[in-house]
Ligand binder design. Sequence first.
Ligand code: GDP
Ligand code: MG
Length: 438
Amino acid sequence: ETLSNSFSSALKKIRFKDDEKALKKALAELKKSLLKADVHHKVVKELLQRVELDTKAAGIGRDSFLKALQKNLTQILTAPGKQGFVYASKPPTVVLMTGLQGSGKTTTTGKLANYLKLRGKKVLVVAADLQRLAAVEQLRQIAQQIDVDFFGEEDEKDPVKVVNDALKLAREKLYDVVLIDTAGRLAIDEALMEELKRVKEAANPDEVFYVADSLTGQDAVRSAAKFNEDIGITGVILTKYDGDSKGGVAISLAHQIGVPLRFIGTGEKMPDLEVFIPERITNRLMGAGDIESLAEKTAAVIDEKQAKKISKKIAKGKFNFEDFLEQLESMKKMGSLKNLISMIPGMGNMAKAIKDLDLENSKEIKKIKAMINSMTPKERKDPDLILKNNSRKRRIAQGAGLSQQEVNKILKQFNNAAKFAKKFAGKKGMQDMQNLMK
Ligand code: GDP
Ligand code: MG
């Protein structure tokens, strides 16, 4: 069970009658779900104390409790430092990707390269993991898949040589960013740390990212601390924060390492990478979903200008069928729909039910597309024209080969979705969350 799930059910159980006994019960529920989600007991203790204090200070009640929880969770998730990807003042920005074997270094190197490429950067990925069999080939294939330049040296044994050669090339060819994939081990050992120290010295990186597997729970926290001690890290990327991840490890990591979480990996595909933003994670953990991440993910695929235009439209309640078609097309380019859906407020459970919805072949989507194709350009831009006009509905139904009932149903769904989206785009955060849980 994920933290978000156990949180939602725990929070639903909380009924306040403005007294201390109710607060104690609420705190007990919270404690249970945090511990179940693998949050370190010290962090749980601290968080509960802060929530109790803040709730009492504001006057015991459901609202003050939720507000205190949101505030303190966010605070714990916020380690001082940078957010997302930060470019060096003088290119190329050099990034060392470190971590244990299987944590997701190579995949995440590809994801980051993809993320930067979509933002117009010239990126070079460098295969400096010469330990793991076929690691060089794995990165080469990923680079090819996302159409990013790759640097590797067949039969070379010394990663320092690879790094030196790669950086020379990167300076000559004016790359914006160089991402260096390094070797891991199954467990931390001297040889690994020695190699990494040498590689770091050669690379003189702007960032050292520690890639941590969220499924390894407290082990991830311990090894991140050790890497920070020995090598010095500037950020953590938490992978496999999808599926079976309990989610609590983010809280422990942020609390105990003192280095900011920068990105999270939410799936195996290249687009499954998100900037780590504490407020968003808090809202998602508390079951409130996350419209902003959704918008950002969309922005990586369509261009940012268009994404801004669309979120503005949503906020004004002016999202129309044309936008919908565009969204559908760009969603096809994104990673699994399941992740996207889980970001929509209140849809966490639905996401669980959906495996990977096939956008291309879904019957519903085909119907909607047929319907939109039968509309005039004016109708596509203004759904209201159809809503109030039976002869238009009849014409569209005929053109699309649908019954009028089906057309009505789709229109209603569309209208509800637009209203829903407007509500969440308009006023954010706490209030939405509380409304949802009422
Ligand atoms: P490395 O040994 O650290 O380079 O790890 P790899 O990049 O080879 O990844 C190990 C496995 O984890 C692969 O099967 C990846 O597909 C998988 N993986 C990496 N990141 C994620 C993630 O965010 N979510 C999921 N579900 N799988 C991931
Ligand atoms: Mg690897």
